[in-house]
Design a protein around this ligand. Structure first.
Ligand SMILES: NC(=O)c1ccc[n+]([C@@H]2O[C@H](COP(=O)([O-])OP(=O)(O)OC[C@H]3O[C@@H](n4cnc5c(N)ncnc54)[C@H](OP(=O)(O)O)[C@@H]3O)[C@@H](O)[C@H]2O)c1
Length: 251
């Protein structure tokens, strides 16, 4: 869709970098945001890049001016994964996770929608995780921050009704991110079995509640974002679930 503008967080690596790159390839003018310097970002050079730390309150105050006119598409993909090894997380880590994963998407969306002309439609896609359905001791903080995001997204959808905008959730299961794929490939090679078999074993162990045998590819996530964006206002409040069947879905 040539000429359309997108703003995406978390574009220095992982899913955010992929989405930003694919949008740019499809003719969108993309502004991405990551914490590391642009030179260390894996997103395509074609995207504008804002280097900022979303855990700092002043960043969110400054961002609307840096982004400029409210874009046609906003995607919140940035995430903090709290350490799974620390048994008692510090306050700074707890607050940082909730700020980046839940509070920033909420507050920034409100600010960008408030600045938007009423006749300009904006679609906002909030990336969430099936982790909200089954937390354990190690994933509890991450899952709780994403559960907060899910509730705040519903609140945003309510305010969109009067703002000619839609806010939707893209709820994802385990992704085929390059690091995870490389780890699984290495294990498969060492054990002399296929990558597909090791991936199945990994998923059964790490995500026993999912009915899923392979990792979710980034391209399917991109197509889901495009699907939501193309739906327009009717997508407001929608949850697009790409997770292979989350906890309880078969019960
Ligand atoms: N990976 C999965 O299996 C999976 C499964 C379900 C859902 N999801 C969701 O998918 C989305 C993308 O996940 P991912 O695994 O692809 O992420 P990722 O590879 O860990 O990348 C996270 C991104 O967020 C940025 N970020 C983190 N803290 C930041 C901060 N304080 N300020 C600014 N930027 C910050 C990172 O920037 P820097 O690296 O430059 O700091 C990076 O660009 C997330 O919303 C996640 O919850 C992922």
């Amino acid at each position: 869709m040539p000429g359309r503008r997108a703003f995406i967080t978390g574009t220095s690596q992982g899913l955010g970098a992929f989405l930003a790159t694919r949008l740019a390839e499809d003719g969108w003018k993309v502004t991405g945001l990551g914490r590391r310097p642009r030179t260390e970002s894996s997103a395509a050079q074609a995207i504008d890049y804002i280097q900022a730390d979303l855990s700092l309150p002043e960043t969110v105050e400054e961002l609307p001016a840096l982004i400029g006119e409210t874009p046609d598409l906003i995607v919140h993909s940035a995430v903090v994964y709290p350490s799974r090894e620390i048994s008692v997380p510090g306050w700074a880590d707890l607050e940082g996770a909730f700020r980046v994963n839940a509070l920033v998407p909420y507050r920034l969306t409100l600010d960008l929608l408030a600045d938007k002309p009423q006749d300009h439609f904006t679609s906002c896609v909030v990336v969430n995780s099936e982790a909200i359905c089954h937390a354990d001791r190690q994933s509890g903080v991450y899952a709780a921050s994403k559960a907060a995001l899910r509730v705040l997204t519903t609140a945003l959808a309510e305010s969109c009704r009067s703002h000619n905008a839609s806010v939707s959730t893209l709820l994802l299961g385990p992704l085929a991110d390059p690091a995870k794929v490389a780890d699984l490939r290495g294990i498969a090679e060492r054990r002399g079995v296929s990558e597909a078999e090791i991936t199945r074993l990994f998923l059964r162990k790490s995500n026993p509640d999912l009915v899923i045998e392979s990792l979710i590819d980034f391209e399917s996530c991109y197509r889901s974002v495009m699907y939501i964006a193309d739906l327009g206002p009717v997508a407001n409040g929608m949850m697009c679930r790409l997770d292979g069947g989350s906890a309880g879905s078969l019960i």
